[in-house]
Design a protein around this ligand. Structure first.
Ligand code: FES
Length: 149
């Protein structure tokens, strides 16, 4: 089984897994960051969203072999404590069941890193790939505006 070296949440990790193993399972099962969730497994729902060099990606459909040691993978556990997005999420009481929210927060963080003052349309476009079965979209939008303020 091949060995892969990854940088996740600013720490280097070595894992021995098959080359087509999704990054999601490496993050959860090999490394133990269980904040990244499995939803559809087909790149459709966004529950498994992590940041790769600051950009949101679907870790369920990203083979571990495509991630280099020099790439920076960030999971929900890698966000700084007390960061503005998570604080805004808490303030707006966004989560209902909570399952999709780590992916939502990472997608929102990436949006705000590239657009410090997004419009409602910018938010809807950026977050469109992250599905929430509880329908917390209005509160997420509110929290993103609050974090941007
Ligand atoms: Fe990856 Fe749904 S679990 S997009």
């Amino acid at each position: 089984m091949p060995t892969y070296q990854l940088t996740i949440n600013a720490k280097k990790h070595r894992v021995d897994v098959d080359s087509d193993t999704p990054l999601l399972w490496v993050i959860r099962d090999e490394i133990g960051y269980t904040g990244t969730k499995f939803g559809c497994g087909m790149g459709l729902c966004g529950a498994c969203t992590v940041l790769l060099n600051g950009q949101p990606i679907r870790s369920c459909s990203t083979p571990v072999s495509t991630v280099k040691l020099t790439d920076k993978v960030t999971t929900i556990e890698g966000l700084a404590a007390g960061n503005a997005v998570q604080e805004a999420w808490i303030e707006a009481q966004v989560p209902q069941c909570g399952y999709c929210q780590s992916g939502q927060i990472l997608a929102a963080s990436a949006l705000l890193a590239s657009n410090a003052n997004p419009s409602d349309e910018d938010i809807d476009n950026a977050m469109a790939g992250n599905i929430c079965r509880c329908g917390t979209y209005p509160r997420m939008r509110q929290a993103i505006h609050s974090a941007a303020a």
